[in-house]
Ligand binder design. Structure first.
Ligand code: AMP
Length: 192
């Protein structure tokens, strides 16, 4: 089973991905983490993308599309991936389908975590003190939320056509969201 976890910054995608990884034996593929690693390791790509990430914009489709094939083509992760923060644009969603098809896989579930801008701002302020991410400040949080609002709709509409989208209220507590997600995943597993 491959899952996409979708939602604005601060929706809890990372937290919920880690929960799903542990409970359902999946692997998390976070493009945000991959990109931050490039910056941390001071690679050429890292130097090209750091200002984009810090401004709250999206890195180009070409860059992120190139990062994920290595993961999808690896047999260890076959049909066991939770995509966290990817796809974020329609182009990426189509690229993901193409790549999964190439390796005989598909997306089985798209979990959309919905949260308000007010909650996003609050959570990002909390995260700033814990993780010290350079793009976690109020101004950039608002920018990232707006970027999400613009790019998310075409992606969601794309997945809705295949009836893959389940919406989870991301405003409640972590364990409440854990349980709702578990029920949804168990339901899908029953069908597979
Ligand atoms: P995240 O950790 O998912 O919140 O991502 C942090 C930042 O990395 C985003 O604000 C983007 O600048 C960049 N990024 C992560 N994933 C993608 C993606 N799929 N497409 C474009 N940019 C991305």
């Amino acid at each position: 089973m491959n899952i996409v976890i979708f939602g604005p910054p601060g929706a809890g995608k990372g937290t919920q991905s880690k929960f799903i990884v542990n409970k359902f034996n999946l692997y998390q593929l976070s493009t945000g983490d991959l990109l931050r690693n490039e910056i941390k390791n001071k690679t050429k790509l890292g130097s090209e993308i750091s200002s984009i990430i810090n401004s709250g914009e999206l890195v180009s489709d070409k860059v992120v599309n190139n990062l994920i094939e290595k993961f999808i083509s690896n047999d260890t992760y076959k049909n066991k991936i939770i995509f966290d923060g990817y796809p974020r644009t329609l182009d990426q969603a189509k690229n993901l389908d193409k790549l999964l098809k190439k390796y005989n896989q598909k997306i089985d579930l798209v979990l959309k975590l919905s949260v308000s801008l007010e909650t996003v701002k609050k959570r990002i302020m909390e995260r700033q003190t814990q993780e010290n991410r350079t793009d976690d400040n109020e101004e950039i949080a608002i920018k990232r939320y707006k970027t999400y609002e613009i790019s998310a709709e075409p992606v969601l509409n794309y997945y809705k056509q295949s009836n893959l989208v389940k919406v989870v209220n991301g405003e409640t507590g972590i364990s409440q969201i854990n349980s709702e997600i578990s029920v949804l995943i168990d339901g899908i597993k029953g069908w597979l």
